[in-house]
Structures are given as structure tokens and as C-alpha cells.
Design a protein. Sequence first.
Length: 84
Amino acid sequence: MASTSNRTGGGSFYGGAAPYRSRDGLSTRPVASSDEIQLRIDPMHADLDDEISGLRSQVKQLRNVAQEIGSEAKFQKDFLDQLV
């Protein structure tokens, strides 16, 4: 017989997986809308500035990627419009 998985009440929000928790004390928890998360910061960790700087850097990279995707989509649309 297959092994039985641990099905606690909170696990269903994560598809049976445990909620994310980083080494720096950040964790996610479910909210009413399925496309939103709330981030709880554990105040016991002193290196939160480093974590925030890292997150800002990742946001900047994502913005740059989104701009590149938008530029490429516009270029391809203009190219296809010329063919028609």
C-alpha cells in the first residue's frame, strides 16, 4: 500500500506542500484570493536589509525582462502588420 501523506488543515492551501520558509525567517501564508500571498518577516533575524536589497534587485530584473518582452512583442506586431 502507498504511504499515507500528512494532510493537515493548512497544507491544502499549498497543494499538500508545506508553506515556503526561507533561511532568513521569511514565510508565506494563504490569503482569501488564490493569486495573492502575504509575507511575514520574522523580526528575530537582523539581516533583513540584505533580504530587502536582494528582493529589490530581483524586482528590477523582472521589470527589465518585462520591458524587453513588451519591446519584442511590439516589434513582432509591427513586423506582422507590414506583411498583411
